[in-house]
Design a protein around this ligand. Structure first.
Ligand code: CIZ
Ligand code: SF4
Length: 305
């Protein structure tokens, strides 16, 4: 529509004027992924932000992701395109929870999924993503590992690293956690030749049925390289945009139409325009917290990739 064209033109004009880049998570709306300079998972986006010379970042994703970008790029102005976009899972654990856990398990390492606030990251030993969680936990010297906040990713890591005592916290993602085995069996019966690729934020009984378990980037990479023609995708629907773009000849079915993260869907094209035009919503991280949270992210890079 003309509206979309006008908005797109205005966004591109403001982007140049302010030397800004627009980064979008794989779970964003198609119209946002379309306008973005880069689309990726949260950590790839943070690294992209740190490694270019833009002055302004417009982050289309949820709060903790924009915060990670700010942690890695303190000299840049970082806007989260929609202020309402939080991640409920990240809010399920606080810095005080981590301090309490440490008192209860003084010998344990605390590993924190990137889906967490800067304050929480600051209290942990090391961060991980869903791509490298197994690798990070395996590389730790401690035998006991507290994994926060996601119980499903934590349990998956525990199953992959049996030589360690991994204690998952009780957080979860509403979107990934609610998928049932019945839904999986129904869709698999409809597409018996399809490969099932799921995200480790799903429950263990779902992962048990999968042909492939991995992060968004790993699912996209796997389906792109695989010889299979048909896939059932077990993560948020936004990844279908990149999957179809890279694989126009393959067929992708969403495991369930309920795979929608409402927090991710607040951001629209006009949000991106408003972010640039009005300078909203700026992300700030207290310098002491930033430096300690950065330590947890840097430790992740030392131990994994
Ligand atoms: O870290 C991310 O981007 C998230 C939330 C998921 C993933 O698997 O990449
Ligand atoms: Fe958070 Fe789940 Fe949405 Fe990811 S999909 S941002 S974990 S609520």
């Amino acid at each position: 529509t003309a509206d979309k064209e006008t908005l797109t033109a205005e966004i591109n004009r403001l982007k140049k004027e302010k030397n800004a880049v627009i980064v979008a998570h794989y779970y964003q709306q198609d119209e946002v992924q379309e306008i973005a300079d880069v689309v990726g998972d949260s950590f790839a986006l943070s690294k992209y932000c740190a490694n270019n010379d833009a002055d302004v970042i417009v982050f289309c994703g949820v709060h903790f992701m924009a915060e990670s970008a700010k942690i890695l790029s303190p000299e840049k102005t970082v806007y989260l395109a929609e202020a309402r976009s939080g991640c409920p899972m990240a809010d399920m654990v606080t810095a005080d929870d981590v301090k309490r856990l440490r008192r209860e398990h003084p010998e344990a390492a605390v590993v924190c999924y990137v889906n967490s606030s800067a304050e929480t990251k600051a209290e942990c030993d090391v961060c991980c993503t869903s791509s490298n969680a197994v690798q990070i936990v395996r590389a730790l010297e401690q035998k006991e590992v507290l994994f926060i906040p996601d119980k499903n990713l934590g349990s998956y890591v525990a199953s992959q690293v049996p030589e360690k005592t991994v204690i998952p916290y009780e957080g979860f993602c509403y979107t990934h956690n609610k998928i049932t085995v019945e839904e999986v069996d129904e869709v698999m019966a409809l597409h018996p030749d399809a490969e099932l690729a799921v995200h480790p934020e799903c429950r263990g009984e779902i992962l048990d049925r999968a042909d492939f378990v991995g992060s968004t980037a790993q699912i996209i990479d796997h389906c792109t390289k695989s010889d299979s023609r048909t896939f059932i995708i077990g993560t948020e629907m936004g990844v279908l945009y990149e999957l179809k773009k890279r694989n126009p000849d393959k067929k992708f079915y969403l495991l369930t139409p309920r795979f929608v993260c409402p927090n991710m869907k607040h951001t629209r094209l006009y949000s991106v325009y408003n972010a640039l035009a009005k300078g909203q919503y700026e992300i700030e991280v207290d310098e002491d917290i930033r430096v300690r949270a950065l330590g947890s992210l840097e430790r992740m890079l030392e131990l994994g990739n």
